[in-house]
Design a protein around this ligand. Sequence first.
Ligand SMILES: [Fe+2]
Ligand SMILES: [Fe+2]
Length: 163
Amino acid sequence: MLSKTMEKALNEQINKEMYSSYLYLAMAAHLSEQHLDGFAKFFEIQSQEEWGHAMRIYKHLNERGGRVVLDKIDKPQTTFKDLEEIFTLTLEHEQFITKSIHTLVDLAVKEKDHASQIFLDWFVNEQVEEEANMENWLAKIKMSGAKGHVLFMLDGHAGERKK
Ligand SMILES: [Fe+2]
Ligand SMILES: [Fe+2]
């Protein structure tokens, strides 16, 4: 059985993952409008992935006899200057999510909620991957300037993302 504190914190994390999904979908829409179809696809997949994260927590709450309480999702930013801004915001957002996951782990440890602690391991690893991936893209965009034919190349590369 989940504690009320853990239940509340996990519900808040569902909302953060849903917001992530919303934010990345807003980026996808903007990129699609800019005819950067590869990057648009990249962020569509990213958005679906975040929805999947929310659903993992949803299932954990159900399995543990917790109650899922959905809250409203904040409106994300909808226009962006360029790819550098998009990837800077994405990296910052992932760093924020990492902190949030770590706080959840601390709570699980404090409450001796071993099941939640083990469940959250997956998210700790996932965040390492997310940050590394976004850092990598941001570095490539910064070093290339992401203009002209380099931009086309990067867009093509981003569009190769399968999952
Ligand atoms: Fe996530
Ligand atoms: Fe993420």
